[in-house]
Design a binder for this molecule. Sequence first.
Ligand SMILES: *Cc1c(COP(=O)(O)O)cnc(C)c1O
Length: 354
Amino acid sequence: MKKHNFSAGPCILPEEVFQQASQAILDFDNSGLSILEISHRSTAFVNVMEEARELALELLNLQNKGYKALFLHGGASMQFLMTAYNLLNKKAVYLNTGTWSSKAIKEAKLFGEVIEVASSKDKNFSYIPKDYSVNEDVDYFHCTSNNTIFGTQIKSFPKVSVPMICDMSSDIFSRELDFSQFDVIYAGAQKNMGPAGATLVAIKEEVLGRMERDIPSMMDYKVHIEKESMFNTPPVYAVYVSLLTLRWIKANGGIKAMERKNSEKAGLIYNEIDRNPLFKGFAAVEDRSAMNATFNLTDESKQEIFDKMWKKANVNGLSGHRSVGGYRASMYNALSLESVQVVVDVMQELEKKA
Ligand SMILES: *Cc1c(COP(=O)(O)O)cnc(C)c1O
């Protein structure tokens, strides 16, 4: 039986995407060939890549606004250094809201001066710092929209006069934003879009070309833009499955509809966390993520029984990350409200037992 999958990443994708994806391995669009055995230069695959790039921009409402979409290798972690390689001449400002931001900062330091403008490390990244301002004399400002591990999410982005770069790996396509406020958006596919192996980058072309250093081809956004994400063999299957998810998002009402469903799911679980005396939330209430809800038991001795109960209810992936402990319910686009209800029911059952 299919499980209720709360895994943080790789994670749940729509059931029909799994169906279509498995069909394409056997026979891709009735071509008599598997998607895995065709040339990435074939018309069939070039069409996949073009549609994926266009659809990504369409869903983000970035078409005809000077943006290019790319599908690259190397995960979001590669973007930590690629953004700096391409855009950090002297100085950049980073907001540190967790493990992923910290890793981005570490990479950027290889390329220039990094100003950590604010950090929530003092409270184990359980909130989003808000009182800071970004100087005008820097190359860019970098932030992480959703902190997958700690369960915090930026609700309101600062107004900055320098280019803004955002790691949206774990909440891309989950909520409506004015995406044109960002100059570079990147996201590893495996949290809300597809399988691991592809990374989406949406980049405003005008921010490129100001760099003083030489950039190796594979690291150079301009090369990938010019070659339309086909400088070398792209991660064909990851791109294809991402395309299937993007089509699914569009067919199901776009980001607006995803956001409505996501806030319903988040409301359901956070209500229970706040109501049920056996649980407490980890993140500051106003910064709670709609994607990853982090919470703990108020009485740790109930852990064993609670773990048994949710596993028996066919739930997968509810254990928290080791740096937070407790529990984390990752509720990406494809997760149903019914799955969240199953967890809430188990939380209430535990309460009755106590
Ligand atoms: C998972 C994650 C990453 C790392 O992604 P990789 O594709 O494994 O490199 C970076 N940033 C955020 C916000 C993430 O959730």
